[in-house]
Design a protein around this ligand. Structure first.
Ligand SMILES: [Zn+2]
Ligand SMILES: [Zn+2]
Length: 245
């Protein structure tokens, strides 16, 4: 299928879906919006009502420069789940759709919705939303409605990293760093932006720690003392992981 036809189909599909979504959540009838990149939450609110959604950022369209940028390519945004839009890029590579693989490119006032429709089709969501500030359009896939308490819980579990700001926590042994290869053993297979179950955390340790861990038949006081696990942000975690690849 040619890109143009594929894009048209995706737009049609989202249109139908989005109508129901807007009706169901009454999203047109909130006066204000606020989004928080660290917790990836969007709040819509008026004087006496509010609603919260978890979101995945799709990308931004600059009205000044008339250019689109995919969120995975945006180094200024800190949302962990922006890397889920790499699924769109992968799809584009298979199909040879340049708009899905290039980091940024020129467009018009329909570009943002077109690419958001495609992301919606590939990644999935309950609806989409766009906000505009300072001539910058930012597009979201909304993945679920959540409560204020859930938002507060997500925010309370973030760590403030001196380099990267407020992000999810990760645990590493004292030997891991982003300058030398030390080996990188993980509690489970991870990738950037992945969703974690409530009881899971990013956890990694070096090859020496792995030897200790095996010696003690799994983590115990002795091997934990050797590892001296400390806390870093998830961005630091993946920088270290990449050093070791
Ligand atoms: Zn170690
Ligand atoms: Zn960090």
């Amino acid at each position: 299928m040619k890109y143009k036809k594929y894009a048209e189909k995706s737009c049609q599909k989202l249109n139908e879906f989005q109508n129901d979504f807007r009706k169901k959540y009454d999203t047109d009838n909130y006066e204000n919006w606020f989004y928080n990149q660290s917790s990836e939450t969007l709040r819509l609110y008026s004087e006496n009502k509010e609603i919260y959604f978890k979101y995945i950022p799709v990308g931004t369209f600059s009205q000044k420069k008339n250019t689109w940028m995919w969120s995975w390519a945006n180094e200024n945004s800190v949302e962990p789940r922006k890397f889920q839009t790499l699924k769109v890029k992968e799809f584009g590579e298979k199909k040879n759709y340049e708009n899905l693989t290039n980091e940024h490119f020129g467009g018009d006032n329909f570009t943002g919705w077109e690419l958001t429709s495609i992301a919606f089709e590939i990644i999935g969501a309950i609806g989409t939303y766009r906000v505009i500030s300072d001539d910058l359009e930012k597009y979201f896939l909304l993945t679920e409605e959540i409560t204020k308490e859930e938002v507060e819980k997500i925010e309370s579990e973030l760590i403030e990293c001196g380099v990267h700001g407020k992000l999810r926590k990760a645990f590493i042994c004292q030997h891991l760093n982003s300058k030398q290869k030390t080996g990188f053993e993980e509690a489970f297979e991870t990738y950037r932006g992945m969703e974690l179950d409530e009881e899971d955390d990013f956890q990694a340790w070096c090859s020496e720690c792995e030897k200790e861990r095996i010696k003690t038949n799994g983590w115990n006081d002795e091997s934990m003392e050797f590892a001296k696990i400390s806390l870093v942000c998830e961005k630091c975690y993946f920088e270290i992981k990449e050093t070791n690849e």
